[in-house]
Design a binder for this molecule. Structure first.
Ligand code: NAP
Length: 357
């Protein structure tokens, strides 16, 4: 298959200062693909991931990324296939996941910054390379097992439970012997999804229900583990329900992302940590790269045994990247939000034109 010479990319056109992300913050442009230099590889994008942290890339940077300049290609992870390579570690036809950016093709030098991993598994679709078998899934697994130190019998609470990270947490917890697992999500449909498909024992609709009262009903003896994706008032309320020796994994705080960093949310109930001898620990998944192979192996075994299913929310076409990102902040996504950039993505495993098979 011949390689295109033009590359469509989404670039930053405006910054969402003090406001929500809008489609007009991005511009779709076409630029020539540069010739590869020694050590570089060219990847064709199959799928792209969106993540709440991207709003921070558009503003002040974050998660180890510098602030984007206006006109610069949006950053983000994706799954691709290598179409040309001058890097001995990657051959044409290899499937990879890494920092591909919001574009149809990407050139990288294979250096650690790109966190480019070859996808060898055949147990799940390639798309899972940015879902359960990628950084999102590793966040669920390592956040629960290493940071929150899940123990058999633990009563577990998860916020953002129907999202990319949250949609795996109950299944991992149950597989490792957790007791009751309760999820918090927005809206009755998502709450049904939690209980019917995602392994949760019960769900709380944070848009309609009183969190404090519902936690009292659903976890009357309190919680041992809180996997928190939301922060702010959700975290504050959960603190009132800790059991002795509880552990809180601070994964994210999406409810605060639109807030003012000068006047951050102030927790009122932090004394509960003292009273319950509890631990609260944040983590950043890219600092745990050495643990990725262990997480991938554990997640793969769960998929193989049927203990873990993946839930993806797929939009079609590069054009829909801004919409995909905005869906995270409005809560429109069910499971991991991804965009299929190449409609033939899943067929290349059986018919790989770049490998000649
Ligand atoms: N620590 C790390 O290394 C790491 C790595 C990856 C992700 N994260 C964090 O993990 C969290 C989940 O990320 P994800 O990629 O899986 O996103 P996601 O959960 O798929 O999408 C975001 C979800 O957050 C909920 N939400 C949005 N605004 C909210 C608000 N104001 N209050 C309460 N809930 C709100 C919505 O669900 P509902 O409709 O159910 O409310 C939405 O679907 C984020 O906070 C992210 O920053 C951390």
């Amino acid at each position: 298959m011949s390689v295109a010479d033009q590359n469509r990319q989404w670039v930053l056109a405006d910054r969402p200062v003090g406001r929500e992300v809008r489609e007009s913050d991005f511009e779709l442009v076409s630029r020539p693909i540069p010739a590869l230099r020694e050590g570089e590889l060219l990847t064709r994008t199959l799928y792209l991931s969106v993540a709440p942290v991207m709003r921070r890339y558009m503003l002040q940077g974050g998660a180890g990324e510098k602030p984007l300049q206006l006109g610069e290609t949006m950053r983000g992870r994706g799954v691709g296939v290598v179409v040309a390579s001058r890097n001995p570690r990657f051959a044409p036809g290899d499937f990879v996941q890494g920092k591909l950016g919001w574009q149809e093709h990407s050139v990288s030098d294979g250096s650690p910054y790109y966190m480019m991993y070859r996808i060898a598994q055949r147990i799940a679709p390639l798309s899972t390379g940015i879902g359960v078998l990628g950084v999102t899934g590793f966040t669920s697994y390592l956040g629960l097992m290493d940071i929150a130190q899940l123990r058999p019998g633990d009563r577990v609470l998860v916020s953002g439970a129907a999202g990319g990270v949250g949609s795996s947490v109950a299944q991992i917890a149950k597989h490792h012997g957790a007791g009751r697992v309760v999820g918090i999500a927005g809206g009755p449909e998502k709450c049904r999804l939690l209980v019917e498909r995602l392994g949760y024992d019960a769900a709380i609709d944070h848009r309609r229900e009183d969190l404090h009262a519902r936690l009292g009903e659903l976890l009357p003896e309190g919680l041992d583990v809180f996997f928190d994706n939301v922060g702010g008032a959700t975290l504050d309320t959960a603190l009132l329900h800790l059991r002795t020796d509880a552990r809180i994994a601070l994964c994210g705080r999406i409810s605060e992302y639109l807030g003012d960093d000068e006047q951050p949310y102030a927790l009122r109930h932090y004394q509960q940590l003292h009273k319950k001898y509890a631990m609260m620990r944040s983590f950043f998944i890219y600092r745990m790269e050495a643990d990725f192979p262990r997480a991938e192996q554990a997640m793969s075994e769960m998929i193989r045994s049927g203990a873990l299913t993946h839930t993806e929310d797929v939009l079609e076409g590069l054009e829909r990247m801004p919409e995909a990102l905005i869906r995270l902040y409005t809560g429109a996504n069910r499971g991991k939000q991804i965009v299929r950039v190449d409609p033939l993505a899943e067929t290349y495993r059986d018919h790989n034109p770049w490998r000649g098979t």
